[in-house]
Design a protein around this ligand. Structure first.
Ligand code: F0G
Length: 352
């Protein structure tokens, strides 16, 4: 029996590594592509979920981080830094441990989910809460990487994008071709850039007959690409994509236009409704930001933009356990019962 080796070993010939690159891996990638029955019925399409919360640190960031940390180690870096809304920092912290490096993370003060903060802390990262938003954190991280001996592992580091494109490879490898439409949440816009790169690469090399239309969704209060202008004070409950000035903005526009796709926004209400649908009807627990893809698909279906019979993949980017507040909020508090079958059965409605 052979286990999945991680994205670098599985796709070595398609990634910027050499025989002498030290591979730092937690065996990321190889994530489930799960048929979504309820979403398929609702849209009249064949909908699949690429469940990226199944990665080692619970988000798609691990695909890029194995590349960024391996290359940083090869180049002799002893410390890495990133700005993050939480998942990048969790991933960087874990991979830095594997590489024996120091990890510094800059997060927007009070605006990252507790699970993600816990990950960075337990992996021993040096965390600074910045009095500003994600965009301010990224500016500061770039400045520090310019002036001090510390390697930047945000997705402005091109090898991150290279690692993340492997998700598109996996989908084509599973389905035998690219889907008709690929839907994903957009924050800093690295991931939509990466998927488009992956799909294009496979099509160019004859491994896929077609390329999907790329559909990206921002949160309505943080939708600079949709608005066509940076948002100075982005707002949304989907903290992972609370970003007002995406670093990969131009690449996202290219992915949209070259693929004949679109980038639109979904409200927090639509995000939370998709979040609950995924958990209660598909059995897939994601963090709120991840549900933006599914919220977008449902919005597009309501607008009549989804022709029946298409094959659609929605990436759900992060694990629901990272941000459980939204699962508990508004839900009835579980009843306390004595150790008594009759009482428990009565509460459960099993007694007729
Ligand atoms: N979904 C989740 C769960 C994320 O953590 C992110 C980005 C996105 C979607 C958006 O992806 O930025 O490539 O468009 N999180 C970054 C972070 C910003 O710091 O963890 P993107």
């Amino acid at each position: 029996t052979r286990q999945w080796r991680g994205v670098i070993e599985e796709y070595r010939d398609r990634l910027p590594v050499s025989a002498s690159t030290p591979v730092v891996t937690l065996r990321e990638g190889g994530t489930p592509l799960v048929p979504a029955q309820v979403l398929s019925e609702r849209t009249g399409c064949e909908v699949h979920l690429k469940v990226e919360g199944a990665n080692p640190t619970g988000s798609f960031k691990d695909r890029g981080m194995t590349m960024a940390i391996s290359r940083a180690k090869e180049e002799g870096a002893r410390a890495v830094i990133c700005a993050s809304t939480g998942n990048t920092s969790a991933s960087a912290a874990a991979y830095a441990v594997r590489a024996g490096m120091v990890c510094a993370v800059l997060v927007p003060s009070g605006k990252i989910a507790l699970g993600k903060m816990g990950q960075a802390l337990v992996h021993g990262a040096r965390i600074l809460q910045v009095d500003g938003n994600f965009d301010d954190c990224l500016t500061l991280a770039r400045d520090l990487a310019d002036k001090y001996p510390v390697a930047l592992v945000n997705s402005v580091n091109p090898v991150r994008i290279e690692g993340q494109k492997t998700a598109a490879f996996e989908i084509v490898d599973m389905l035998g071709d690219a889907p008709d439409i690929h839907v994903l949440p957009v924050g800093n816009a690295g991931n939509i850039t990466a998927y488009w790169r992956g799909y294009q690469e496979y099509a160019k090399d004859g491994l896929a007959a077609r390329r999907p239309r790329m559909w990206g969704y921002q949160a309505a209060g943080s939708a600079p690409i949709v608005n066509g202008a940076p948002v100075t004070s982005p707002q949304t409950i989907a903290t992972a994509i609370r970003i007002g000035n995406p670093a990969s903005w131009d690449f996202a526009l290219a992915a949209r236009d070259e693929s004949g796709g679109h980038i639109d926004s979904v409200t927090d209400r639509q995000i939370l409704s998709a979040y609950r649908l995924l958990a209660s009807q598909e059995g897939v627990f994601v963090e709120p930001s991840s549900a933006a893809s599914v919220a977008g698909l449902l919005k597009a279906a309501e607008l009549g933009l989804v022709d029946r019979g298409q094959r659609i993949v929605c990436t759900v980017t992060g694990n629901g356990l990272k941000d459980p507040d939204w699962a508990v909020a508004g839900a009835p508090k579980p009843v306390v019962v004595p150790v008594d079958a009759g009482a428990a059965a009565a509460q459960l409605g099993l007694d007729g």
